[in-house]
Design a protein around this ligand. Sequence first.
Ligand code: HAM
Length: 423
Amino acid sequence: MASKPSIIKAPRGMVDVMPPAIKIWQNIENTAREVFGTYGYSEIRTPILEDTSLFKRGVGESTSVVEKEMYSFTDQGDHDLSLRPEGTASVVRAYIESGMCNIDPLARYYYMGPMFRRERPQKGRQRQFYQIGCELLAAESPYADAEVISMAEHFLKRAGVSDLSLEINSIGCEACRPSFNSALVEYFVKFQGGLCDDCIRRLSKNPLRILDCKNNSCKEIVEKAPRFSAFWCDACVTHFSAVKQTLDGIGVSYVVNEQVVRGLDYYMRTAFEFTTTKLGAQNAVLAGGRYDGLVRGLGGPDVAGIGFAMGMERLVLLLQDSTKKDPVDDVVYFAVIGELAGRKALPVINLLRRDGIRVEWDYAAKSLKSQMRKAGKIEAGSVVIMGDDEITRGEVIVKNMKTGEQQNVRIKDLPFHFINIGG
Ligand code: HAM
């Protein structure tokens, strides 16, 4: 006898999103479309695969994401490709490649989709994870920073997430970075023995990246490292003050946390994170910042950029834990008993569906009791009982599951009956 084929599982750190959990995902996506739309953002969809060089140049070669976490490969045509680890670099590439950067530079995009990072999976951290992100291009004004941050807050509140803290910081610009970098090198050189191998390399290549190293002994050394604020140039001070003032003016609460540095190289000036205490180590639900040099760095004009992205899995975890219940769509369940009823069921069901009424039924005839149990399980608002006797009279029985009330309804009146009761 042939052996039973083995079961193939999804790759580690990559999970299926199945019904009914998908409902929360769809609600979040719909809320994003609705909220971002009111701020003038349009959806953009970019490829999941990009040239590896896009992330090397965009995100930065010495970031952990590019150094260690990308799924990269050479395809049959000898092209170096990577599964996208984040969305900003791709959006900026599309903005430049489409010519929008010259035609209509002030652009607002949002996107949603899977990203890939080969990290150690844990609660709220996966290898394939979903982000919803927004990017605002060619807006230098500090009002843009405040608007983007308040839009993120608006979205989170609208999606039903509460108890988040907003932390903001300014991480300097091209003008003040060099002196900050020198101060970092001067400090870290003294503690070289305690740094991991990656950070020793970063010391000469990109000392800023030591600040977001996840290694515990590096983290201890980072605690007392110099802070950006002592090195901000006048323009950075003015910009950050204006961002804070505008946030105060529109009632967005925040704390300034000088440890918010972000792990991607393109950031400058404003950096922000919305964090929670409910998800353990993976506490950043939504994070972003300004990236004024990125468009130019990827071959486009010298225009500004600012945006954010949120981790869908983390949002879903928070919403699952919250007491806010998802509104269940009112389902009409068809309990069908008998051969004649079985044959007549689908045409009647389709009549209702064509009027936008959601109907479920079990195809295989079962006892009325088991079908009523199923209706209860899916929280159906009404059950339509179709038996052979009723069918011969051109009728069905409709039971309202909330009140327990039953009534006979002519089949031809059925769609009207549900539309009338809002079903
Ligand atoms: P990021 O901080 O790398 O920024 O990621 C943004 C968010 O994605 C995180 O705060 C987290 O919620 C989620 N996330 C990241 N990695 C994982 C993972 N392995 N599993 C689950 N969730 C994860 C960016 O990606 C920037 N592109 C954001 C941005 C847009 N900045 C400007 N514009």
